[in-house]
Ligand binder design. Structure first.
Ligand code: IYR
Length: 228
């Protein structure tokens, strides 16, 4: 083991900025946040209306604050609004998706997708004014080791989706498979693995979403608390 020498002019630790809220305020904030988060839905029908790009940039900046293994921050976000590039991405995604729906997917998988009405066609990749391609860096550009990469990028994307939703934008977490075309088209190095492609925008005027149910508290929460 070698000794850690902090970057010049920096001390190893710094005081934490943290303000305690009173309990009532915490309860109000947590309830209101839950109520706002419960309105988040993945959408597949996007309006072609433009969105303010600085709002998207701010959401990506929020995602960049996520915790990560050894603080390696093993993500790259590519923000795309160029219509030609979106068209290229749509065409490449549809090549893979056509194979997925017609050849690669198991019957069980296709049956599981029926409630969502998905198919190989991906008009949202052109309709949505912005696409965010998320890459997970399996290692640093200089070969530096990265840790818990999927966990770290998953945490970061969770924060991104929350930030976009709370800012008033809708998303779809699209997973074309395989996604290697994203490296080629977006000119990303081979240490960056495509993680997700996220159309971002406003819902189309008559957008509908699947009538799904969320787990109930009894299903998602196990409490081990002291009984007073
Ligand atoms: N990648 C395909 C299939 C698909 C898979 C899952 I799991 C979904 O939750 C939704 C779709 C597609 O994007 O259509």
């Amino acid at each position: 083991m070698t000794q850690y020498i902090p970057k010049s002019g920096k001390s190893l630790f710094e005081p934490l900025e943290f303000e305690r809220k009173n309990t009532e305020e915490m309860q109000t904030i947590s309830r209101e946040l839950f109520e706002r988060m419960t309105k988040r839905r993945s959408i597949r029908e996007f309006s072609t209306d433009e969105v303010p790009l600085d709002v998207v940039r701010n959401a990506i900046a929020a995602a960049n604050t996520a915790p990560s293994g050894a603080n390696k921050q093993p993500w790259t976000y590519v923000m795309i609004s160029d219509p030609e590039l979106k068209k290229t991405l749509r065409e490449a995604a549809e090549v893979e998706e056509r194979r997925f729906y017609k050849e690669r997917a198991s019957d069980e998988w296709l049956t599981d997708l029926l409630p969502f009405g998905t198919n190989w066609e991906k008009p949202m990749l052109e309709d949505a004014p912005v696409l965010i391609a998320v890459f997970a860096q399996s290692q640093g550009n200089d070969g530096e080791k990265h840790y818990y990469v999927k966990e770290s990028v998953g945490l970061s994307v969770g924060m991104l989706l929350a930030a976009l939703h709370l800012s008033g934008l809708a998303t779809l977490t699209h997973t074309p498979s395989p996604m290697a075309f994203l490296n080629e088209i977006l000119d990303r190095p081979s240490n960056e693995r495509p993680f997700l492609l996220i159309p971002v925008g406003y819902p189309a005027r008559n957008c509908v979403v699947p009538n799904i149910e969320r787990k109930t508290e009894a299903q998602y929460l196990v409490e081990k608390i002291s009984s007073k």
